[in-house]
Design a protein around this ligand. Structure first.
Ligand code: NDP
Length: 279
């Protein structure tokens, strides 16, 4: 079994971006909007800020009260849409229930939508047109690429169909010529399907939902899940036992999560290049 080391791949990606950024006159700009003080969101925003500063990006962190009105949040985004020094806008999810998440995601200009979650970018991805893609699935594609794992013709089974991970990953895999099965909470005989996977991706959010008897020998396993139990982080895969059968597997932590941050760095640079080209 070989580990798919997200930490290592992230390091390489950031090193390459940093070198490129050093040559630029105007620095790429990222703005993260955070609503409220959710502890997990604080951790994620912190990671993004660290990454942006490490890369030499301009970084702006806008913190809004948890009770902020929809109109106020929209005003902030409209202003950032017009701000030429900001190439990427990211609204940290989840938003409090009283806010219209879909509307907010679609208000961000598609060429600044570095989370790739707007309907426009999601549609472009399905149609295999160049676009800003969601960071986590993009990170999965890139970590597989780094380890020279070709997905063409492979049976890829993805457990979880969220707009953030499962669905965009299915599109990316299809665009790369994999044969894809997308499973979810209503899937019957999950084990029968996962056993057929050459590459199995777990993006559910339930510790140990993937066990040893659900996978075939030599399977490649990508664990997206982040589950906090008694202060410790776990994925969705029973790592200890599944890893005895797998040919490759991502650890948690140190796998997909690391890639997600690196891909945000990539997306900001991509948006920046588009803006420079059109300025
Ligand atoms: P969601 O809650 O949006 O989606 C979970 C998916 O899992 C749904 O499609 C749901 O099905 C499916 N599901 C739930 N229970 C079962 C079950 N028993 N069998 C099969 N499928 C099931 O989660 P996200 O996609 O946002 O995140 C998934 C996990 O990945 C979480 O742990 C999250 O923290 C983590 N994550 C990690 C990231 C990283 O950088 N490493 C980034 C983003 C997320 P249905 O649609 O039918 O409800």
């Amino acid at each position: 079994m070989k580990l798919l080391d997200g930490k290592l791949v992230k390091k390489e990606i950031l090193k390459r971006i940093k070198k490129e950024v050093e040559e630029l006159d105007r620095k790429p700009g990222l703005c993260v909007i955070q609503v409220g003080e959710d502890p997990a969101s604080c951790v994620y925003v912190n990671q993004k800020s660290k990454m942006a500063l490490e890369l030499g990006y301009k970084f702006k962190h806008i913190k809004l009260d948890k009770d902020v009105e929809q109109e106020k949040l929209e005003e902030v985004i409209i202003k950032l849409n017009r701000d030429k020094s900001i190439d990427g806008i990211l609204v940290q999810m989840p938003l409090p229930k009283h806010l219209d998440t879909k509307k907010i995601q679609n208000l961000i200009r598609d060429d600044k939508d570095v989370d790739g979650l707007s309907d426009i970018n999601a549609g472009r991805l399905v149609h295999n047109v160049d676009c800003l893609m969601p960071c986590t699935p993009k990170g999965i594609m890139d970590i597989l690429k780094h380890y020279k794992i070709d997905v063409e013709g492979k049976n890829v089974v993805i457990v979880g169909r969220s707009d953030l991970v499962g669905k965009p990953l299915a599109s990316m895999m299809i665009n790369s010529h994999a044969t894809v099965t997308l499973c979810h909470s209503r899937t019957k005989n999950l084990e029968k399907i996962t056993k057929k996977a050459d590459i199995l991706v777990a993006a559910v959010g339930k510790k140990d939902i993937i066990t040893k008897d659900m996978v075939k020998n030599r399977v490649i396993v990508v664990d997206v899940g982040i589950n906090r139990v008694d202060g410790k982080l776990y994925g969705d895969v029973d790592f200890t036992n599944v890893s005895t059968k797998a040919s490759y597997i991502t650890p948690v932590p140190g796998g997909v999560g690391q890639m997600t941050v690196a891909e945000l760095g990539e997306n900001v640079l991509k948006a920046y290049k588009e803006h420079e080209k059109n300025s």
